[in-house]
Ligand binder design. Sequence first.
Ligand SMILES: [Fe+2]
Length: 233
Amino acid sequence: MDYSWIVEEFWENGFVVFENFFNPKLMDEYNTKILDHYGISPDWEHTDEFISKSGVEVIPWFPYREGKPYFDTIDKDKHFNAITDLILKDEWENLYCMMMFSKAGSVGQAWHQDCSPVDKKLYNLNRLVYTHDITEETGGEIVIFPKTHKAGMLPSGTPNEDLEGQLVLRPKKGTVIFLHGHCWHRVMPVKKDRISSNFRAVPKGTPEDITDVCVYRNMLYKFSTSEVLKERI
Ligand SMILES: [Fe+2]
């Protein structure tokens, strides 16, 4: 079978979407595991300053860092990793597996790039897996600005606003999105509790802390030290 379209589409647009990639039964099982972890009233990990300034309300969980390799059926899936091989040309490694939870009524995530695009060769690959449907009722749509992985730095400005050319996606349960870390993206306000998961990968040799500094429209933020590295006007 010819898979060259995957590579072409990814490198042209900065992302590629696969619906019905993982089966619903597995997604239900994983969704329950993730919800069990967060419990009924999860606490924000980030500082109040970060939440108010960034316009981001998401609680991350890194299960493999806690010795909880609960999601190997995705992590080790042959097809999932074969597509990664195609996109990253065989030379890649896992960065980390991150679960993300946003409470009903929270703001989602403002426009950002997961890492600085100053050096085009240094980037992360998001491998987003959706364990439940994102609908108009749930909110929390992912918004992607196609082709911006080639557009350099996200322009400074209002952190969370509609931009002409943006694409709003409502992934269904079992959908996978491969998304370049330099491609501008955000998450719309969340109306019902929202979960998504990211099996992040990087080209081999990429620094482990590649996603430590995130580019927002109003600042560069460093997660490891919880500090605003630079204000952007
Ligand atoms: Fe992101």
